[in-house]
Design a protein around this ligand. Structure first.
Ligand code: GLU
Length: 381
């Protein structure tokens, strides 16, 4: 039986596949240290778990309104206004963050539309574009210190360009985009009548500098869909709780995708989300400071190894070191897994220009980081 042609160019998610493989190896008793999937090792804070348990007992187990519980949407809008995004509850759709990306691409892209994506970028932007028949156009940032610059984006714009995806802080590099870069991209979007999809899921995992939401810039709210969520900063990956912020003229089309796919996310999860956004800031800061200490530790340990160089990014929980070797990133990742039992994600999973990099997630304890990087140092390149 034939499957859809458009799926033939879509690869399985390398981050999900690697996470599954590591889980299987661990279950089989192998002593694997994993720096693969971007998932905090902390427990979800207790107040959030208690709120979910109480919500279950209080009967929040039926359908919620498709775009989300009014109170959760209000609390989200208030938190996003702190980023300068001029939204209110009516602009919010509550959904798993990955699904918000899918919904936005499905509602806004036509076959043949071009979508400008940084190389390297998170693994699901390209598939989301392809699944919807649009064409990803990659902008190599390996020569601009992994920064997605307006100058390089300008060269990639054609009459078919419809959207630019920006992600700050970035997965996989941890790079935080500057205000000037975002302003330059905003000007391009206005000049060429483009949509911006702004992925800000790592917004609260920021160690230096300032986060800027492109939707807060003059004239940008109307042409930006911002996506965010609770997974990373609140250690809530398994709860699948996030949101998008859409201007009202795009909202109806995007919300149809939600109505015809997942309907809503479970209401007891949304009640817990209200608790997360209103009463957990101290816990979020504590986790961020632990991530900072881990970043500094892993950064110094990797830089002390021969053949490895690593910059220190300002956000997210990934390091993206470069290695000197005749091997490519997949070969090095396989060698580390086989010889040192250390799992990392090859740079090639994120883009063709970074096949001499590996992504290390430092969402792991200091003890695990020390042992893991010690093992990496035992493998010859
Ligand atoms: N975003 C995380 C990562 O890059 C989780 C896995 C995924 O959803 O791709 O590892």
């Amino acid at each position: 039986m034939n499957t859809a042609d458009r799926m033939k160019s879509v690869q399985p998610s390398p981050t999900v596949a690697l996470g599954n493989k590591v889980a299987e190896m661990k279950a089989a008793g192998e002593d694997i240290i994993s720096f693969t999937v971007g998932e905090p090792d902390f427990d979800t804070p207790a107040n959030i778990r208690e709120a979910a348990k109480k919500a279950l007992d209080d009967g929040w187990t039926h359908y919620a309104p498709s775009s989300g519980l009014p109170k959760f949407r209000e609390v989200i809008a208030a938190s996003e206004r702190e980023n300068g995004i001029p939204c209110d509850a009516s602009n919010i759709i509550v959904a798993p963050t990955k699904h918000t990306l899918y919904m936005t691409c499905t509602a806004l892209l036509n076959p043949g539309d071009e979508v400008i994506i940084q190389d390297p970028a998170w693994v699901s932007y390209e598939p989301c574009t392809l699944i919807n028949g649009a064409k990803p156009v990659f902008v190599d940032s390996s020569k601009t210190e992994l920064h997605f610059t307006p100058e390089s984006i300008a060269e990639a714009i054609t009459p078919k360009t419809k959207m630019i995806i920006v992600n700050t802080p970035s997965n996989p590099t941890g790079v935080v985009m500057t205000e000037a870069e975002l302003k330059g991209i905003a000007d391009l979007a206005i000049d060429h009548d483009l949509i911006i999809l702004a992925d800000e899921i790592y917004q609260k995992i920021l160690y230096e500098g300032e986060h800027h939401s492109i939707a807060s810039f003059d004239g940008m709210f109307e042409r930006t869909v911002t996506i965010n969520g609770l997974s990373k900063a609140y250690a809530m990956t398994g709860w699948r709780s996030g949101w998008l912020i859409s201007p009202s003229h795009l909202f109806g089309e995007i919300s149809k995708v939600q109505q015809h796919s997942i309907t809503c996310i479970p209401p007891f999860i949304q009640i817990a989300g209200i608790e997360a956004l209103t009463n957990t800031s101290a816990e979020v800061s504590k986790m961020r400071e632990q991530f900072r200490a881990r970043r500094d530790l892993m950064h110094s340990l990797i830089n002390a190894l021969p053949n490895w160089t690593c910059s220190k990014p300002e956000g997210a929980f990934y390091l993206f070191p470069k290695f000197e070797s005749d091997m490519n990133s997949m070969q090095v990742a396989e060698k580390l897994l086989t010889e040192a039992k250390v799992a990392v994600t090859p740079g090639s999973a994120f883009g063709a220009s970074v096949d001499d990099h590996l992504r290390f997630s430092y969402a792991a304890s200091e003890e695990v980081i020390r042992e893991g990087i010690r093992r990496v140092g035992t493998v010859g390149l």
